[in-house]
Ligand binder design. Structure first.
Ligand SMILES: Cc1cc2nc3c(=O)[nH]c(=O)nc-3n(C[C@H](O)[C@H](O)[C@H](O)COP(=O)(O)OP(=O)(O)OC[C@H]3O[C@@H](n4cnc5c(N)ncnc54)[C@H](O)[C@@H]3O)c2cc1C
Length: 238
């Protein structure tokens, strides 16, 4: 039997009618209520957001809007199921009609669609952002994607218009993202590089591209989580 390492939560709610998500690496903040409690949402206060009536702030984590269907007001979020996380535990136990709080996206970092080439690199936490980018780029775009996953059961299929060179890097086969990226021949055309996932991995790959002479303005590298650190915040994206 293959163990389940990711799951999707789909939520349909009329309040999503105005949901704005312009960029593939947008994120929403999900707020996880304690067992049996209703979700609470922050309210604007004099010094930023406050919690109503002195409520203790619930745990919040960042997730990518993988897909949004405006007609159905339906939002899909994909969760990696790992051990010992508030969000991952919630997702592993979630049942139909369970409720969460959600805020955002607050702002979108929109990247042009007319670079010669796109290289997308990440682990499974970046799979929603990379999958969305692959499916949103226009037919003229050329994309190379490197995605590290546990094993072949975690592969997903995409429906791209763009031409796609997709490389799954499977830990079960003893292959890892950093080595795979370093060993690959990269496009010689003007290329925009997106890197996301475990923070140290993301920095090593970012630094590799810089060492190869890649224009720093054409790289976005983000730490989506850090090994051994709960509720990690990457305040300094490269
Ligand atoms: C902009 C952005 C977008 C993101 N989008 C997604 C998304 O769409 N889907 C998604 O699954 N994640 C996404 N993440 C990553 C997610 O927010 C983190 O993995 C988060 O730490 C999960 O919270 P948790 O409560 O489960 O674990 P935490 O309580 O934060 O961490 C508990 C422990 O688990 C470890 N841990 C955290 N994440 C992982 C992991 N993936 N694998 C193994 N160990 C881990 C931590 O190092 C820590 O030791 C995104 C992060 C950012 C910043």
């Amino acid at each position: 039997m293959t163990s389940r390492r990711s799951t999707s939560a789909t939520s349909a709610d009329p309040s999503f009618a105005e949901f704005p998500s312009l960029a593939y690496d947008d994120h929403v903040k999900l707020f996880f209520p304690s067992a049996g409690a209703e979700p609470v949402l922050p309210v604007p206060g004099p010094n930023g957001l406050d919690w109503p009536g002195g409520t203790i702030a619930p745990e919040g984590r960042d997730y990518t809007p993988r897909r949004f269907d405006r007609e159905k007001c339906e939002l899909v979020i994909d969760f990696v199921l790992h051990d010992g996380g508030v969000a991952a535990d919630w997702a592993a136990r979630a049942k139909p009609r369970d409720r969460l709080g959600m805020g955002g996206p607050r702002a979108s970092f929109v990247v042009r669609d007319d670079f010669d080439f796109y290289v997308l690199i990440g682990d499974e936490t970046a799979l929603p952002a990379i999958g969305r980018r692959i499916e949103e780029l226009p037919a003229e775009a050329r994309v190379m994607a490197f995605i590290e996953i546990a094993d072949s059961a975690e592969r997903q299929t995409f429906s791209p218009a763009a031409s796609l060179d997709l490389r799954w890097i499977e830990r079960s086969a003893g292959t890892f993202l950093i080595e795979a990226v370093k060993a690959a021949a990269m496009p010689s055309e003007q290329t925009y590089v997106f890197i996301a996932g475990e923070a140290d991995m993301s920095k090593v790959i970012h630094d590799h591209f810089i060492a190869q002479g890649h224009d720093p303005d054409l790289i976005k590298a983000a730490g989506y989580w850090r090994r051994g650190e709960a509720d990690f915040y990457d305040g300094h994206e490269h």
